[in-house]
Design a protein. Structure first.
Length: 109
């Protein structure tokens, strides 16, 4: 259920893993959405939220600074998913996060 306007030839395995979960739970989303000067792995427009897959090469301090910037500039909350987690745990975490974002979306607008 990815957005049709965002086409790229190759996505990471982590992005595809999260995208598949979002498809399973019924959330339309875009991969590699730009929020200048950054891009987020996944953007869920219906709840105005981002999801980032943190693999082995993530940089905690830089990622934290980036998340603070996206929240302050775009009012865009970011959920970080540890690539070492179990699929069912990740799925539950994403469902909870997206429900929370949907509930708080009006206060962020």
């Amino acid at each position: 259920m990815r957005g049709k306007d965002n086409v790229r030839f190759a996505y990471t395995g982590g992005q595809m893993f999260l995208s598949k979960i979002l498809d399973e739970i019924g959330f339309v989303h875009d991969l590699e959405m730009e929020f200048s000067p950054y891009q987020v792995d996944i953007y869920v427009a219906s709840v105005h939220a981002a999801i980032e897959y943190d693999g082995a090469h993530s940089f905690k301090k830089r990622d934290r600074e980036r998340d603070v910037y996206l929240l302050s500039k775009y009012r865009l909350p970011v959920l970080r998913i540890d690539g070492m987690g179990k699929k069912e745990d990740i799925k539950l975490k994403m469902i909870s996060y997206l429900k929370e974002c949907a509930a708080s979306k009006e206060s962020r607008c």
